[in-house]
Write a protein that binds this ligand. Structure first.
Ligand code: SF4
Length: 235
């Protein structure tokens, strides 16, 4: 059981002044084959055997991947971190500048806020598995392009299949829209249970911590999302 003072600290970091479990009524409604490359080079890409790769094989494939043009501008591919037997899988959009430099998803201020969000519900970074839809940083933090997501998604699908989480928490509009194959705004994707992939893994959507840093008034909604996620995950 988390020390009440520590919990208070994490809740404060989230902008939540009191621990209060929300009822449902209060919750707001809200081909694996790479394309031909223009330069004629042979891509190193997801291919047919990706669905049988083990963790190390998958990691090696990602780190060497040149299936889309993002490999040209990355410092390194960012594979994913955390507990490979986690109940919760956190999926974001793509590495930012700091992640690209350090090779780990969700670091820097946004990562610290994600840690606080997890701590506030009794989880820490070592207990969950964290990955992104895209493994390489889009230049200037632009949105991922559909063809990039198409090339990269088999890696995430395999990560989900290996972890077999009880819950996927999709953080941010881009992650949510790509995982759910939807153009709906985040406000319509939040507040309800979705499912992902052939295993129909339960999925809940919330705001990206980088957005919450810019829009702290939305932290209360993120808190509601976490309460829903707890409920869906059966914790
Ligand atoms: S973003 Fe994905 S598909 Fe593109 S080069 Fe990186 S690992 Fe490969």
């Amino acid at each position: 059981m988390m020390d009440p003072q520590r919990r208070h600290h994490y809740l404060q970091a989230m902008g939540i002044v009191r621990w209060q479990r929300r009822g449902r009524a209060e919750r707001p409604a809200e081909p694996d084959c790479p394309a031909p490359r223009a330069d004629g080079a042979s891509p190193v890409a997801p291919d047919d055997d990706i669905g049988v790769l083990d963790w190390e094989g998958l990691r090696e494939r990602v780190l060497a991947c040149t299936a889309c043009d993002l490999y040209r501008t990355r410092t390194q591919a960012v594979f994913g971190v955390g507990n490979r037997n986690a109940d919760w899988m956190i999926v974001g959009e793509a590495p930012g500048a700091e992640e690209d430099r350090r090779g780990e998803p969700f670091v820097g201020r946004a990562g610290q806020l994600l840690d606080s969000m997890l701590h506030a519900i009794g989880l820490d970074r070592q207990q969950v598995y964290i990955a992104n839809v895209l493994k390489c940083r889009p230049p200037n933090n632009r949105d991922p392009r559909p063809e990039e997501v198409e090339q990269c998604e088999p890696y995430l699908r395999r990560q989900v299949a290996l972890v077999r989480p009880r819950l996927i928490l999709a953080v941010g509009r881009v992650a949510a829209q790509n995982l759910l194959k939807s153009n709906a705004p985040l406000s319509r994707l939040r507040g309800r249970r979705h499912s992902y992939g052939e295993e129909a893994t339960p999925l809940v959507v919330t705001y990206h911590p980088a957005y919450l840093l810019r829009s702290p008034l939305e932290k209360r909604k993120a808190w509601q999302d976490l309460q829903l996620a707890l409920e869906v995950a059966g914790r």
